[in-house]
Design a protein around this ligand. Sequence first.
Ligand SMILES: C[S@@+](CC[C@H](N)C(=O)[O-])C[C@H]1O[C@@H](n2cnc3c(N)ncnc32)[C@H](O)[C@@H]1O
Length: 348
Amino acid sequence: MKGGDGPYSYTKNSYYQAVATSAVKKMIDEAIAKNLDIKHSSYTPNTFRIADHGCSVGPNTFIAVHNIITAVELKYQSEGLNSSIPEFQVFFNDHTANDFNTLFTSLPLERRYFATGVPGSFHGRLFPEASLNFVHSSYALQWLSTVPKEVVDKNSPAWNPGKIHYSIATNEVAKAYSAQFAKDMATFLNARSQELVCGGMLALMMPGLPNGSPHSQSSVAKLFDLLGSSLMDMAKMGLFTEAKVDSFNLPLYTASPQEMVGLVERNGCFCIEKIELVDISVKQANAPNAQSCIMHLRAGMGGIIGEHFGNEIIDELFDRYSKKLEESSFLLDSYQKGKQLFVFLKRK
Ligand SMILES: C[S@@+](CC[C@H](N)C(=O)[O-])C[C@H]1O[C@@H](n2cnc3c(N)ncnc32)[C@H](O)[C@@H]1O
């Protein structure tokens, strides 16, 4: 299942990432200052290796990597070890279909690292054992490796007809999604636990839901509901069958801090340094309008919707969606009040 970018670049239009950047930078700086154990680190040869999972095409990945490197250098400087600052190697990872050419042609000229591309899903091993010092992933782990099969099975209590997401569906549907997220996190953490050195660090950012909040309160629930109802309208007009909508679900999940703590503990290989929700609401003046919200959704979802329904329906779908969104502009409020889950772990 390939999530993410299309011709409408998710990365360049990503509102949440831009808003969250300064808060996340501060948390990563603090976490590196606290957790990077220089005295007991041995880099072989003197190289600090960073992987960014779900890097897309930039520029957010370049900003993240720059922040990590600067924080590591600062830590060395603060301990009077300027002359021991390691060299840096950065592995940019995304699906094989990612536009790595665009990524590499826009690498910052002034970068202080050697750049390498690593194609493939992060739901499996990508690196040799104990070869990485820092793993980063921003706004990628919410993409499930697959839609849970029960939600498209007519004979299952978790069948989800007429809807395209779990957030406004039955408990059974939500449970199937949550179980899939748990499986995906298990494979992700298992692979990373083998690839990171002891004391290696893992920083993950993704959309988050407060503990105990119903899934219907997630910032995207109503927007996905509207997308589903736009698809149903088109089915009713005969542009495709309703069964086509019944067999389509978005492979996206929003986890709570509590859920994430449980999954990290179940894996058992990491110490939890921080798992918390960051409020990324912004002042109304800076908030995204309907058009930027649509661009963002189209960039993120257009690819998989096109794969299922055919690319020829995309313009009409988002025209309809746009009208619905303008009619119910209050829906944008929930989008503007997003929360980000920040996870910082250290390999035992
Ligand atoms: C929303 S973009 C985030 C890009 C960037 N990290 C940022 O913060 O702006 C999500 C990216 O994750 C990638 N992705 C999703 N699932 C993945 C997987 N299983 N393996 C590798 N990359 C994945 C998508 O292809 C997409 O490029």
